[in-house]
Ligand binder design. Sequence first.
Ligand code: UD1
Ligand code: CA
Length: 460
Amino acid sequence: MNNNKYAIILAAGDGKRMKSDKPKVLAQVLFYPMLGWVLDAVKAADIDNTAVIVGSHKEQVTAYLDSIGGYPFFEQKERLGTGHAVMQAMPFINEAAANNADILVACGDAPFIDAGTIASSYEYHKAENNDVTVVSAIVDDPTGYGRIIKENGAFSAIVEQKDCTEEQAEIKEINSGIYWFRADKLSALLDTLSNNNAAGEYYLTDTVAAAEKKGVYTATSADVVLGANSRSQLAALNDTARRRKLAELMDEGVDIPLSDGIIIGKDVKIGADTVILPNTIIKGNTVIGKNCEIGPNSYIENCVAEDNVTLNNVQAHDSKIDSGAKAGPFVHLRPGTHLHSGVKIGDFVEVKNSEVGINTCIAHLTYIGDSDVGKGVNFGCGCVTANYDGIKKYRTTIGDNAFIGCNTNMIAPVTIGDNATTAAGSTITKDVPADSLAVERGQTRIIENWEKNKKRIKKA
Ligand code: UD1
Ligand code: CA
């Protein structure tokens, strides 16, 4: 564990303008909470000691923190400003000071902070031996941000929008809300804060004027400041993140001939020469191999697809698709599905919690649930594994090279042996031994002259 770098993430704000029952820091960019983006960047910058300030909707925020492995947090009971938020973490600040560490402070609602900016600003901060380093950005429209004030070229203070003179309001270099503090100086700096300002808040930014040794590190991309206070700003963040991710993938050799409706989550990995077609959403921990064709109109979540896989109009969740397997169009792969290599799944087929062996073919209108299907099995049209008796679920086992006739119902638990055949229309309630044929079907009775008697067909 690296004990020289600590981080405090501010995540107590209300986010009133979102008009949501959820906390703003959990609003999603590319299906991933903004707070998660920030915590991932901090972790990627090799900072292991991170605490989060929670307040508004704290149950939801702490539940999220638990769900990603747990972070220490401090509660800010009232929203009295960013300086007040940091003051809640005194035990953490003292621990950092005892380790001669520096503390990164960042906001949980500005997701585009990146490990590179964190690392470079830290290097600058150490090289200059600063008490506080502020990460700034140059923006076209500085409205709403704290301005970086320089006197005779030297950084002297941050002035908030509400407290700016007209002249200060023109300044386009702004505070990103990301800072490095020398831990052993932070508590004394926090002691200097008052709420004697336009907002009546304890501004963390006022620590700058009080600090002896201070500096500004200007971020290379102005995106680091981007945050979302409203739904339309959130949409803008999504748009930026979406384009960025697609550009990254294209740089790695992924083919996206038309990006319409394509949204790919931040952690998704895709191999070279894979084509992604319109209206395709790929999210979660999905990994897709090389030379695949995904889409159009597909929704893939937490799946692993190997090379040469085709998924056309497929919804797939928590599934594994081995090399060369093909699914679609109109296929639903539900959690726990594993299609082995060379499998073919055709239209209107649902597979759930099942192994489907090499080269097996399930071409039309079929439900396979809770099943272990062998290699080279062929399903006719309209087969169903009846896995649920209304109380419990049971498994169906189908051996290698079995031939399941059209409209076969398999009432689980049931086993169909290797090379066995079921006759079309059969409802199989007993195990079928290997190499045999199971037929469950009434005799066909023929009643002659039926139509003539019913006079359905009009005489010419
Ligand atoms: C803050 C900075 C401003 C900077 C901007 C960058 C101050 C006084 N101003 O302004 O200079 O340009 O960020 O985005 O710091 N929070 C709490 N508790 C509070 C108040 C805020 O935890 O009592 C959290 C919020 O959840 C948010 C972050 O702190 O994650 C920033 O707060 P916000 O109110 O959005 O600050 P800004 O007005 O944007
Ligand atoms: Ca803000």
